[in-house]
Design a protein around this ligand. Structure first.
Ligand code: NAG
Ligand code: NAG
Length: 217
């Protein structure tokens, strides 16, 4: 009797609080998604990343949205990303390959994005792997067509973050001011490359990240 109780207790402990391991298999299983389902305006709700500097940026960045449009080439989508960082709006425009439910950027770094299940019908959960030289970074992001996402969908997303054993997600303030859609885009994807290539900067960025987490949490 005692022995059974210990086993039950141990298995309860090892399952963790909110993301039972048994459900992780379902929560992290890629979904199929059509090109049409990718199109439109997506508001960034929140996410988690192990990219150095991303947590500092996550606290400075108050709103982000993406406009995904089709091009004349069936497997190419154009992403127009507008973000407000430290109160200032700017935007980037770049092309990505989208085929068989996978988004890929090949240059100047390699990025692969797949999509995971969500309870919310107008949401998108993206799991991203970025390879830059010998470094690999992962991010998990929640997007939505509207700025209100149900607590259940948020909870499911937090469980997905936990399944991947990633840092606690940083969620955007749903009432934050959104940038207008007439910001002229600049630079393109190459602007982001400096972020991944800044190897020397990674240590500094990690320190910044922990400082930000300390002050904000
Ligand atoms: C995972 O998905 C399968 C098939 O849809 C289902 O039968 C099973 O109950 C799910 N498991 C959990 C833990 O949700
Ligand atoms: C994206 O691809 C389309 C179709 O090939 C092309 O017309 C457009 O100029 C490209 N845009 C960018 C930002 O590279």
């Amino acid at each position: 009797m005692k022995c059974v109780a210990v086993v039950v207790l141990l298995s309860l402990l090892s399952r963790g609080r909110s993301a039972p391991l048994s459900s992780c298999e379902n929560l992290t299983k890629p979904i199929t998604i059509s090109k049409d389902e990718m199109l439109g305006k997506w508001l960034y709700i929140g996410g988690s990343s192990d990219l150095p500097g991303s947590r500092s940026l996550g606290h400075l960045m108050t709103s982000v949205w993406l406009d995904v449009t089709a091009t004349t080439e069936s497997n190419i989508l154009t992403l127009h990303q507008t973000h407000r960082v430290h109160g200032k709006c700017s935007s980037l425009i770049f092309n990505v390959t989208f085929e068989n439910s996978v988004m890929v950027i090949e240059q100047p770094f390699y990025l692969k994005e797949i999509y995971l299940p969500t309870d919310c019908s107008n949401c998108l959960v993206a799991y991203e792997e970025i390879t830059s030289g010998e470094d690999m970074f992962t991010s998990l992001m929640l997007f939505s067509k509207t700025n209100s996402v149900s607590p259940a969908a948020l909870e499911m997303f937090r469980n997905q973050v936990e399944c991947f054993q990633m840092p606690l997600a940083i969620m955007m303030n749903p009432n934050a001011e959104i940038c207008p859609d007439d910001i002229s885009p600049s630079e393109g994807i190459s602007a982001l490359n400096s972020l991944f290539e800044a190897k020397m900067g990674h240590r500094v960025a990690r320190i910044l990240d922990s400082l930000f987490d300390m002050f904000v949490n």
